[in-house]
Design a protein around this ligand. Structure first.
Ligand SMILES: [Zn+2]
Length: 275
């Protein structure tokens, strides 16, 4: 059984076929999906939880979990009301993580200082509710600015919680991977692992311990080869898992078992996934 540890199930792109999309995931062996609650901003943070509640308990679908958080470029909207809403969501049992939060210096959006402040304030809320965090970190091409700022913040505001988290869609280098592991994080690999130009990421990944890894789709984005360019969906996490198996020289079943075990360990969940 596979777990898709990061999918935006609330995307409008699933408006027509969300139930069928989830059914295809279950048929592909996906037993659970972590539905990311960022929406297009804080006003939509609750949508992932709503989807969990709507579909959980229906036979033939994966078990759904939710997160809640304010995406780096939406931190300009992180006022007291948004923080209060985030607290309320993290208090819900299905909301197992705070995210995706972090730093994105690749695209122009919220000023870097606003992103850093927004991240720190959300770390405080996540710590209060003892929720691991889901980190989005994207530097400008060829430099490490966002990673450097991220690790400085996590060293100062997160390490001492021992709650850990997930480096979502990990695409850093080996040094960044090792720093993240030292902070108690898991590294989640997405469909970009399968892209032709991703040899540097595959080289790093081949050196990572299997007990530190997760797989994800980041659906509806980042569809893996051979679906590249299409709307992604949780069923296709299997393609990324297959490439990972090849890199680590193990059977696909071993990737599925290990990444499932890692997910359950990080979030302190019982292995009763699936409906
Ligand atoms: Zn995402």
């Amino acid at each position: 059984m596979l777990i898709d540890s990061h999918a935006h199930l609330d995307s409008e792109r699933y408006a027509e076929d969300r139930a069928e999309m989830l059914r295809r995931a279950a048929q592909a062996g996906v037993g659970a999906v972590l539905s990311i609650g960022i929406g297009d901003g804080p006003s939509q943070m609750h949508q992932a939880l709503d989807i969990c509640r709507r579909f959980n308990g229906q036979p033939g679908l994966p078990k759904l979990y939710a997160s809640a958080g304010v995406y780096p470029h939406n931190t300009t909207e992180l006022d007291d009301a948004a923080l209060a809403k985030l607290e309320g969501l993290l208090a819900e049992p299905e909301v197992i993580a705070c995210g995706e939060i972090g730093l994105d210096y690749y695209y122009e959006g919220a000023p870097h200082e606003v992103q850093r402040e927004g991240l720190i304030r959300q770390l405080e809320v996540a710590a209060a509710w003892k929720r691991p965090i889901l980190i989005h970190c994207r530097p400008k091409d060829g430099i490490t600015d966002a990673w450097d700022d991220l690790f400085e913040i996590l060293e100062g505001h997160w390490r001492q919680t021992s709650l850990g988290g997930v480096m979502h869609c990990f695409s850093g280098d080996l040094e960044q991977a090792q720093h993240a592991l030292d902070l108690g994080f898991l590294l989640s690999l997405a469909g970009n692992l399968t892209f032709a130009k991703a040899q540097p990421l595959r080289d790093v990944t081949a050196q990572l311990p299997l007990d530190s890894l997760l797989v994800e789709t980041d659906a509806p984005w980042l569809a893996p080869v051979p679906h590249r360019g299409q709307r992604n969906e949780p069923a296709w996490v299997a393609q990324t898992a297959a490439v990972l198996a090849g890199l680590l020289g193990v059977e696909e079943e071993e990737i599925a078992a290990a990444t499932t075990k890692n997910f359950l360990r990080l979030f302190h969940l019982q292995p009763d996934v699936g409906n």
